[in-house]
Ligand binder design. Structure first.
Ligand code: NAP
Length: 485
């Protein structure tokens, strides 16, 4: 067990500025997915502790909402510096609980810092409007105000940066938060509490509870003091939260599942497409919402693309994320490996040809070989289901229309990618793809400056960009009358 050797590993919850245990004293073990060993424990909190965290957030909101935008911007800058000053410790903790390589974990902490800096800047630009009045004796103005207490629920695949996109705009807007990180990767979430203390963010502005997801989620969704729910996770849980939040008409932002297509046209630069494919497929061992789920490759370059992708996939170094040079860590748990195995078996039964990997890795545990499956067809399960693992099914297509139809044939609409050197095609295809984010000749497009989010069942709202703070603000229209004139 890693007994607090890492200064950011807190095994307690943060409520109203105090680190606390669950009322019952119950705990949950947290396991390192690379070796199955217990890293430590976290409190198993439920409804009562969540209600207290909400009350603490509400109490803190009364004064926090009166801070100036400049004061909040400075707090966020300190938070940004604390993240970067401690990037190595935070990345180590992330790798230990999540499994991704240290290089990727450092990248994630860097991304968290970049989001926080972005929102430090956005805090000072929540402009309202002065509208030309239709009345000679009245003035019409619009102001932006913080919505109040917000609740944030996050997944295990990006346990630091998914919170950066929520805590950042919340503080920038003047909101206070109750945060529930994923049970499998809670320490990177709890670390935000330590970082907030270091940055001088007042007690109660960030509260963090871990434990029984259903109980905590129900309280967050039904307590009238919570004015907004921001959730990143699976579409089924997102739908559940939407229903529950309806009872008190909360604002909602939902970053849900994806089924990203990656199109390669005959006129594409194939080497560039393979390079993009490697990032878009294998980042975080294929466990990201924007990871490519389906490759569609035009007949003229199909064989060349498959051969190069298979070669590059076989060359990936798989191992524990903490080991030097590792490019792909384990999957999060045994269940994830079983899901990937099931999808690979379904593909081979339906005529798919394994050209790289295809099975559990010799390292054992939850390691899986980077896998490429040629001759994929729409009958296979990964046409509809999120793989969330290092498996690349490659479909063949003949025409642009066919590729677009295949790419759009899903209830998801988060990220998509396509490669072409034809400018006309780039604009045509970009316009036809029903997705919230499109990478043209790029396989990695996330950045704090741009709005991240999906259409269809991939979600509601956007994180990052100038849009990222909007959902944390209420619009107030004020009409000032009796001015004469
Ligand atoms: P998940 O099962 O939906 O869990 C996400 C979070 O919801 C966890 O904190 C989980 O808590 C919590 N939760 C589970 N049941 C709940 C309930 N009844 N009420 C309230 N909260 C509940 O998703 P996941 O498996 O962790 O993450 C993978 C999914 O996230 C994928 O579908 C992926 O595409 C999506 N994702 C989307 C984005 C995006 O920006 N669009 C980004 C990353 C991931 P416990 O951990 O305690 O169960």
């Amino acid at each position: 067990m890693l007994q607090n050797a890492n200064p950011y590993m807190k095994q307690a919850n943060l409520i109203g500025g105090k680190w606390v245990e669950a009322d019952s004293g119950a705990k949950i073990d947290v396991v390192n997915p690379a070796n199955g060993k217990v890293l430590g424990t976290i409190p198993k909190c439920g409804q009562a502790e969540t209600a207290r965290a909400i009350e603490a957030a509400q109490k803190a909101f009364e004064s926090f909402r009166k801070t100036t935008a400049l004061e909040r911007s400075k707090m966020l800058r300190k938070l940004h510096d604390a993240l970067l000053d401690n990037q190595d410790s935070l990345a180590e903790l992330l790798t230990l609980e999540q499994g991704k390589s240290l290089a990727e974990a450092k990248g994630e902490i860097g991304a968290s810092a970049a989001y926080v800096l972005w929102f430090a800047e956005e805090a000072r630009r929540t402009y309202g409007d002065v509208i030309p009045s239709p009345w000679a004796d009245r003035r019409v103005i619009v102001t932006k105000e913080p919505v109040g207490v917000i609740a944030a629920i996050t997944p295990w695949n990006f346990p630091s940066s998914m919170l950066a996109r929520k805590i950042g705009p919340a503080i920038a807007a003047g909101c206070t938060s109750v945060v529930k990180p994923a049970t499998q990767t809670p320490y990177s979430g709890l670390a935000w509490g330590v970082l907030a203390e270091e940055a001088g963010i007042p007690a109660g502005v960030i509260n963090i509870v871990t434990g029984a997801a259903g109980e905590i989620g129900d309280e967050l969704c039904t307590n009238p003091l919570v004015k907004k729910i921001t959730f990143t996770g699976s579409t089924p849980i997102g739908k559940l939260l939407l229903e529950k939040a309806a009872g008190t008409v909360k604002k909602v932002s939902m970053e849900l599942g994806g089924n990203a297509p990656f199109l390669v046209f005959d006129d594409a630069d194939i080497d560039r497409a393979v390079e993009g494919a490697m990032t878009a497929k294998y980042r975080n061992s294929g466990q990201t919402c924007v990871c490519t789920n389906r490759f569609f490759v035009q007949a003229g370059v199909y064989d060349a693309f498959v051969e190069k992708l298979a070669k590059a996939s076989k060359a990936l170094k798989v191992g524990p994320g903490v080991d030097e040079g590792v490019q792909q860590g384990p999957l999060i748990d045994e269940k994830a490996v079983e899901k990937v195995e099931e999808l690979v078996a379904d593909a081979t039964q339906n005529g798919g040809k394994i050209v790289a990997g295809g099975k559990r890795h010799a390292l054992g545990g939850s390691f899986f070989e980077p896998t490429v499956i040629a001759d994929a067809t729409p009958k296979m399960k990964f046409m509809k289901e999120e793989i969330f693992g290092p498996v690349a099914p490659v479909f063949r297509f003949e025409t642009e229309e066919e590729a677009i139809a295949l790419a759009n044939d899903t209830e998801y609409g988060l990220a998509c990618y396509f490669y072409t050197s034809d400018l006309g095609r780039a604009f045509r295809v970009m316009g036809e793809l029903k997705y919230g984010m499109v990478g043209v000749n790029e396989g990695l497009i996330t950045t704090p400056e741009a709005p991240f989010g999906g259409v269809k069942e991939s979600g509601l709202g956007r994180e990052g960009g100038h849009q990222g703070i909007e959902d944390y603000l209420d619009t107030k229209y004020v009409c000032i009358g009796g001015l004469g004139g």
